[in-house]
Design a protein around this ligand. Structure first.
Ligand code: GUN
Length: 291
């Protein structure tokens, strides 16, 4: 069994980007610039956005954090998005989700200029991804593909079962794993809350990608010997630690790990990869802008 070490791989990618930024600056170019918009003060979102901004500093990017009150109106937020679209100093930006209930997230995401949409959430970028055209692939599915690539995990002709059909993870990764690419080229089943006999289905999988957010959902008896197990779950569960919580995945790691051929731990698997891929997308947006 091989542990797919997202923490190490993410650090490798950040170091690669830092080297490239150093060389660009030496040649007189400005630094890439990522902006992040956060609305309200949801604890998890603040943590994620904080990590994204810190990662920028570490690798020599410029970053701008735009914190907005959760009472902001949809029109005011659309104005902010418009400002970012027109700001030549910003190469790419993200609007952290979830947004407050009174704001239509789709409307906001569709207002982001696709050339600055480093989250890959705009329908144009999502569509380009589905057609295997150059695009920005969302950080989490992109991170999974990059982990599979760097560890040379065999995927061609395999049966991939994706659990969960969210717009951010389940839906895009189900498309990517079926594209004629490496990694990819697998036969994909997208399972969700209405799927019948889900345990039997998971048992048939060569590759399981769980993006459900239900702790310990994937148990050892559901997993075929030698399966590849990718755990995208990041549920906060209260505990006695200083932080007051721990991060738990969808997979019963202790019992599943020794049945698997490759497995991602939680924490330290897919999670850290997401930031590395956001930075990768931002570098790409920057290079397109300066060239
Ligand atoms: N909320 C959870 N994941 C993400 C992400 O990848 N991007 C943004 N913008 N919000 C999120």
């Amino acid at each position: 069994m091989v542990v797919l070490d997202g923490k190490k791989t993410s650090n490798d990618i950040k170091n690669e980007i830092a080297e490239e930024v150093k060389s660009l600056k030496k040649n007189g170019y400005r630094a890439p610039h990522l902006a992040a918009v956060i609305v309200g003060n949801d604890g998890a979102s603040l943590t994620y956005v904080g990590s994204k901004v810190r990662a920028c500093e570490r690798i020599g990017f410029e970053s701008t954090l735009i914190s907005l009150e959760d009472s902001i109106s949809e029109t005011e937020l659309l104005d902010k998005v418009n400002d970012l679209n027109n700001d030549d100093k910003i190469d790419g930006y993200i609007v952290q989700l979830p947004l407050p209930k009174h704001i239509d997230s789709q409307k906001i995401l569709m207002a982001v200029d696709p050339s600055k949409d480093v989250d890959g959430f705009h329908p144009t970028n999502f569509g380009r991804m589905a057609l295997n055209l150059p695009t920005y692939i969302s950080a989490t599915p992109h991170g999974i593909m990059e982990l599979l690539k760097r560890y040379d995990v065999p995927t061609e002709g395999k049966h991939t079962v994706v659990i969960g059909r969210s717009d951010i993870v389940g839906k895009p990764i189900s498309i990517l794993m079926g594209l004629k690419t490496k990694p990819g080229n697998s036969t994909v089943t997208l399972a969700h809350s209405r799927t019948k006999n889900i345990s039997d289905l998971i048992q048939e999988a060569d590759i399981i990608i769980s993006a459900l957010g239900v702790p310990n959902f994937v148990k050892a008896e559901m997993v075929k010997d030698g399966a590849v197990v990718i755990d995208v779950g990041i549920t906060r569960v209260k505990d006695d630690s200083e932080k007051g919580y721990k991060i738990v995945g969808d997979v019963d790691y202790e019992n599943v790990a020794n049945k698997s051929s490759f497995i991602t731990p939680v924490p330290g698997g897919v999670g850290p990869m997401t930031i590395a891929m956001l930075l990768t997308n931002t570098l790409k947006a920057y290079l397109q802008r300066i060239n």
